[in-house]
Design a protein around this ligand. Structure first.
Ligand code: NAP
Length: 311
């Protein structure tokens, strides 16, 4: 029987692991499909406190992992296939293992949304991408589009200007959602162009992507836009499939927690993007990871009738 199992290994999960390990709870982290989570898809994090020059997403992941291991967290590179969280003893399954724990911390993060238009699925990896850090290099000297108007679209669009000849940001409205500093940088960058009030109707290609069929939402006008690659950054949905029918969700489909990261189930906490439809920052994920671990410590202490510091 484990004290704490943490599902997910992004900033939320690994921060929970650091705190739980330092509380001698010997947590097990099950890293999931993408160890490190979304920060590993980000080139530079410029706003994570403590790094005045920014930090590479992958480097931050490795640092957090090392820090958690230093205090005794165990990290298992496996995927959770099933959970049973409703009883006092929580059960977590991978394809070939079964674990039991007093507490489960859910830190499964979120996944990039798809456009859901014809051609998109067909051309994933052949010109359609959701990760500029991973695929930007392949577009050296090429003509690419970025879909979206939020921080991700602008951040990643600006990153792509290191490689691409031309980056066109296609946004469905005439105003960006992104932070002012990113807007300013993008508007000043000679390689960046904008197409406003426009959505993608179809990804066009012939074995690889050759263009986009676009629709102006104000005029209804259809057009074809030739290009070599399209990067989609239109937001995320929470990774909650494992927990359906067990925990409560908010209206947007995120796991519902109170301000102490508690779910509706005793001994089950959720932190990071899977429960945050508002901030979705690496630092807020880390913050809620810390909360979950401290709550886990308190819950176990109460369960076992021993003292909790500060109580
Ligand atoms: P987001 O803020 O939700 O923005 C998504 C963008 O995609 C919006 O501009 C939205 O348009 C557009 N969009 C949504 N669905 C669409 C569709 N079906 N077709 C076309 N466009 C669509 O998502 P995000 O940019 O991934 O950011 C997620 C979170 O991470 C945010 O909290 C953000 O601040 C944070 N983040 C921060 C940084 C940074 O601080 N440097 C970098 C990356 C991400 P509308 O504007 O019309 O809704």
């Amino acid at each position: 029987m484990r004290n704490v199992i943490i599902i997910g290994s992004g900033p939320a999960g690994l921060t929970a692991a650091i705190y739980a390990a330092r509380a001698n709870l010997e947590p097990l982290v099950i890293a999931g499909m993408e160890p490190g989570g979304q920060i590993t898809l980000t080139d530079d994090l410029e706003n994570y406190p403590g790094f005045p020059e920014g930090v590479k997403g992958f480097e931050l992941y490795q640092t957090l992992e090392k820090q958690a291991q230093r205090f005794g967290a165990e990290i298992l590179f496996d995927i959770v296939t099933k959970v049973d969280l409703t009883g006092e003893i929580k059960k977590v399954y991978t394809a070939d293992k079964e674990f039991e724990a007093k507490v489960v911390i859910i830190a499964t993060g979120s996944t990039p949304k798809k456009l859901d238009v014809p051609g998109e699925k067909e051309y994933i990896g052949k010109g359609v991408s959701y990760c500029a850090t991973c695929d930007g290099f392949f577009y050296t000297g090429k003509n690419v589009a970025v879909i979206g108007g939020g921080n991700s679209a602008l951040d990643e669009g600006l990153f792509l200007t290191r490689f691409a000849e031309k980056v066109t940001i296609i946004h469905r409205r005439d105003r960006l959602r992104a932070d002012a500093i990113l807007q300013e940088r993008a508007l000043k960058n000679a390689k960046v162009n904008f197409i406003w009030d426009t959505i993608v109707e179809q990804v066009l290609g012939d074995k690889i992507v050759t263009g986009l069929k676009l629709k102006n939402v104000k005029t209804g006008e259809l057009s074809e836009f030739p290009l070599d690659g399209v990067f989609v950054f239109i937001g995320h949905y929470p990774n909650v499939d494992l927990f359906t029918d067990q925990v409560d969700f908010d209206k947007a489909g995120y796991i519902e927690t109170d301000n102490r990261t508690r779910t509706n189930l005793d001994g089950v906490f959720a932190c990071g993007d899977v429960q945050d439809n508002v901030y979705r920052q690496a630092i807020t994920a880390a913050g809620t990871g810390c909360q979950s671990a401290m709550e886990a410590e308190k819950y176990i202490a109460e369960m076992e009738g021993h003292a909790y510091p500060g109580k």
